[in-house]
Design a protein around this ligand. Structure first.
Ligand code: HEM
Length: 119
C-alpha cells in the first residue's frame, strides 16, 4: 500500500508539472492564453490529490495535516474556476484577462509551496 501511495504521489506530481509547464510555455514566449493541457494537468493533480487526501498507505505513526490539504483544495478550486471562466472569456473575446492568466501560475506555485514548506 505504501508503494501504491508513492505511485499516486508520482501521478500527482506529473499533473502539477503538466499544469505549471503548460502555463510557463504560455507565460514566457507564448500568447499568454489558457490551453487544454493546463486543464488536463490540473485534473490529474486534482484526482491524484483527492486520492492522497485519504489516510491510506501511510507509515506507522504518520498523521495527515488536514488543514494543509483543505487549504490546497481551496486553492485548486480557485485555479479551476479561473481556468473555466478564463477559457470561456478567451473563446468569446480571443484573449484571457491578464490578471486571470497570472493568477493561475502564481496559485499553482503557491500550492506547490504549501505542499513542500508547510509541515
Ligand atoms: C495545483 C494544485 C496542486 C499542486 C501544485 C500540488 C503540489 C504538490 C506537491 C509538489 C506535492 C509533493 C510534496 C511532498 O511530497 O513533499 C504534493 C503532495 C500532496 N498533495 Fe498536492 N498539489 C495540488 C493539489 C492538491 C489537492 C487538491 C490535494 C487534495 C485535496 C492535494 C493533496 C496532496 C497530498 C495529500 C500530498 C502528499 C504529501 C503531503 O501530505 O504533503 N494536492 N502536492
Amino acid at each position: 500500500m505504501e508503494t501504491l501511495r508513492h505511485v499516486v504521489l508520482f501521478v500527482h506530481l506529473i499533473g502539477f508539472a503538466v499544469l505549471l509547464g503548460a502555463w510557463a510555455v504560455q507565460a514566457f514566449g507564448g500568447k499568454r492564453q489558457f490551453t487544454r493541457l493546463m486543464s488536463i494537468g490540473m485534473t490529474i493533480a486534482a484526482l491524484a490529490g483527492l486520492a492522497l487526501a485519504a489516510p491510506w498507505g501511510l507509515p506507522e505513526g504518520v498523521e495527515m495535516n488536514y488543514a494543509k490539504i483543505g487549504t490546497k483544495l481551496v486553492v485548486l478550486l480557485v485555479i479551476g474556476a479561473l481556468l473555466g471562466i478564463g477559457t470561456s472569456k478567451q473563446r468569446k473575446a480571443g484573449s484571457v484577462p491578464a490578471v486571470m492568466f497570472w493568477l493561475v501560475g502564481i496559485l499553482t506555485a503557491v500550492n506547490a509551496a504549501i505542499a513542500t514548506i508547510w509541515r
